[in-house]
Design a protein around this ligand. Structure first.
Ligand code: GLN
Length: 229
């Protein structure tokens, strides 16, 4: 039978912010990606289907979407941080990330110091933005609402560089050889799946699913599918 006691409405609703490939993006009408596949494992353990809700990252990372019951979980390549933990609860880590720098090829910016007086694209509400605010003091930060806008700004030269998570940037340069990742910053981030504060039953279920997925090879299969290794 369906284990609907842990979810709102007979399905597992997931808040995310598109596009953030390879974690979540649209392929035709379908939303696909690493996070989608991981949360599908949770849905299937609950004997329900996952339904994805695309919503601004600010409402996800602030806990607002979860705490007003917009969704049961949030899976958005979201870094576990102390500040966020005040407003939502995270699963165990399911992915490691670090901030990285993207430039158009030919621009030789390999550090934040090189960006003094230059335009650096940041994505609103993210750990990359916070890192740039703290460590790229001489740069002019230009805020973008989503990853796609940030990537286009860098590629077209609207900004001199962009900061974002290494996984998404390496995924982008594969198909955009006119861009390059020129630096990685050791921010040591871990992604977690979030639930509303106090929803321990669902958080524990997610942790059990993550543990099983690592043990039975499904985590590795999903990783290989989206990262090639
Ligand atoms: N990992 C980053 C953060 O949590 C970026 C997440 C995102 O843009 N979806 O802020």
């Amino acid at each position: 039978g369906k284990d609907i006691s842990l979810v709102n409405s007979g399905k597992l609703t997931t808040c995310t912010h598109l596009p953030y490939p390879p974690f979540q993006s649209k392929q035709g009408k379908k939303i696909v990606g690493f996070d989608v596949d991981i949360v599908d494992l949770v849905a299937s353990a609950l004997h329900v289907k996952q339904e994805i809700v695309d919503t601004p990252f600010e409402g996800i990372q602030s806990g607002e979407d979860l705490n007003t019951n917009q969704c049961d979980v949030a899976a958005a390549g979201m870094t576990i941080t102390e500040v966020r933990e005040k407003n939502l609860d995270f699963s165990a880590p399911y992915f490691e990330a670090t901030q990285a720098l993207l430039t158009a090829k030919g621009k030789r910016f390999t550090s934040l110091a090189d960006l003094k007086g230059k335009k650096l694209a940041v994505q609103q509400g993210t750990t990359g933005e916070a890192y740039a605010q703290k460590h790229a003091k001489g740069a002019k930060l230009v805020q973008f609402e989503d990853l796609a806008l940030l990537l286009t700004a860098v590629k077209t030269g609207q900004t001199d560089a962009g900061i974002n998570d290494n996984g998404v940037l390496y995924d982008y340069v594969k198909d955009n050889p006119d861009t390059a990742v020129t630096a990685e910053f050791d921010t040591g981030e871990s992604y977690g799946i979030a639930v509303r504060t106090g929803n321990d039953a669902l958080r524990k279920k997610i942790n059990a699913v993550l543990k099983d997925a690592r043990a039975d090879g499904s985590y590795d299969r999903i990783h290989k599918k989206w990262f090639g290794t």
